[in-house]
Design a protein around this ligand. Structure first.
Ligand SMILES: [Zn+2]
Length: 460
């Protein structure tokens, strides 16, 4: 009689054990102990008026149950996001938050950004594994104070201008905006870190009426603009007709044979490639080289003028004709002068060599940086006597004139650039212009020349 009972007992036992194993298999992973991991895409030090913050929270085991991001400051607490997840938990939450400290009731000063999360583990009496990370931030919603230190800045079309201004946050980025173009300013007076300087340009290709203003942005992303009182003088540029003969086209094409694209087969098509495509590429390289600069003024005197008779000026609007038809247009962005063949070419001012190599239409070309974004270029040289990184003094030879690149006769092409923008060189070798637009501006502001640290001021 014990047999059926025994069988029932065995049956119940197996069911029980199976349930136990199944329960164990079900419960064990739900008791995992790996907490969610919290990270920011980049460290945050400052929070401005509104700041995008990317928070990533991931969980290896049962997934996330909830996440919460808050801001705390002196007992006050503002909730930025509080999100719950359904079962099964989310393995990952990428939160793109827009944090607005003022709306969260925070004030200027230190605060803590708190990120908390819990997973769907059954640990801690079903509360899950919790993570909490705190990020110390500085709430700064005040834009930097930005003031012009110059009454009026006069600027010519295609010319340069100097802005002196103050920014009360030493780590702010600042400069001058001319239309869409931004010129980065420097702080060259170590004992006056808030006093800034920026050379800017009104490019030859800009239409009338571009807005010129001072701009600054602090590390919290607060922006400030201030008007810069400028008077633009509109200059007309000369027009210049250039007739291209078959012979000239062939000579030019032959010079660039090595780099000519195969699909340019006629001498005219080859010339157009040189004058347009190659010119554009060359200008990109020039801009990059000319932008490399340091915050001090290396030059002291007015720039020296290149030797020789002027052949073409800055801003000349060149129209190229072939067999009586207009085939190409271009603007001449420097001054051409011719002297005797292979004349020594001298540095217009003290500077650092930022480029000394063959550069397409400019042939053998030297670019000097004079500090604060100011640079000069010497093109078509037959030989160069300086190398990258050299420091050269005003009047020192950089090479000899020649006809390399897109030049037919021996001459020097000389350009001046402000942060990569070509400007009219004549301003820089005109002692009146330099005095009125640069030196007097420093004097008015009670500022010494912004020379490299340790260098004596002239006359002292
Ligand atoms: Zn030229």
């Amino acid at each position: 009689m014990a047999r059926p009972l025994n069988r029932i007992f065995m049956f119940v036992l197996i069911i029980f054990l199976a349930a136990l194993v199944a329960g164990f298999i079900y419960i064990w992973p739900r008791l995992e102990s790996s907490p969610p991991e919290i990270s920011l895409d980049k460290p945050i030090k400052y929070l401005g008026r509104q700041q995008r913050v990317y928070v990533k929270i991931s969980d290896q085991g049962q997934g996330l149950a909830w996440v919460r991001v808050t801001m705390e400051q002196g007992g006050k607490r503002g909730v930025i996001i509080n999100q719950e997840f359904d079962t099964p938990g989310a393995p990952l939450a990428s939160l793109k938050l827009m944090v607005k400290p003022l709306q969260l009731g925070m004030n200027q000063g230190p605060a803590i950004l708190v990120v908390e999360a819990a997973d769907r583990s059954w640990r801690g009496w079903m509360k899950g594994n919790r993570s909490r990370r705190e990020f110390k931030v500085q709430v700064d919603t005040a834009p930097p104070r930005l003031n012009s230190l110059t009454q009026v800045v006069r600027i010519n079309r295609g010319g340069a201008g100097l802005a002196l201004y103050s920014v009360d946050e030493p780590e702010a980025r600042h400069g001058v905006r001319v239309g869409k173009k931004f010129f980065l300013g420097v702080a060259p007076w170590p004992d006056r870190p808030n006093t800034k300087l920026c050379y800017f340009a009104y490019g030859d290709d800009l239409a009338k009426g571009q807005k010129i203003e001072l701009w600054a942005m602090d590390l919290a992303g607060n922006e400030a603009t201030a008007s810069l009182n400028t008077r633009l003088r509109w200059k007309r540029f000369k027009s210049d007709k250039i007739n291209l003969s078959q012979n000239v086209l062939k000579r030019i094409a032959a010079r660039f044979g090595g780099i000519m694209p195969k699909n340019r087969t006629t001498p005219l098509a080859q010339f157009m490639w040189v004058n347009q495509d190659l010119r554009r590429d060359n200008h990109q390289i020039i801009e990059e080289a000319a932008r490399q600069s340091q915050p001090y003024q290396l030059w002291r005197k007015t720039f020296s003028r290149p030797l020789g008779a002027p052949k073409a000026g800055y801003g000349d609007q060149r129209t190229y004709f072939y067999k009586g038809k207009v085939v190409s247009k271009g603007v001449h962005l420097g001054t051409d002068t011719a002297h005797t063949e292979r004349s020594p070419v001298k540095a217009a001012a003290r500077g650092i060599v930022r480029f000394a190599a063959n550069l397409g239409i400019y042939g053998n070309c030297v670019i000097l940086s004079h500090g604060q974004g100011l640079a000069t270029l010497y093109g078509h040289l037959s030989s160069m006597t300086v190398k990258l990184g050299d420091e050269v003094q005003r009047g020192q030879d950089v090479g000899r004139s020649g006809a390399t690149g897109l030049a037919l006769g021996d001459h020097l092409h000389f350009s001046v650039l402000v942060q990569g923008v070509f400007v009219n060189p004549t301003e820089w070798w005109d002692s009146h212009w330099v005095r009125d637009n640069v030196l007097l501006r420093f004097k008015e502001g009670g500022l010494p020349l912004p020379l490299p640290p340790g260098e004596a001021q002239p006359g002292s």
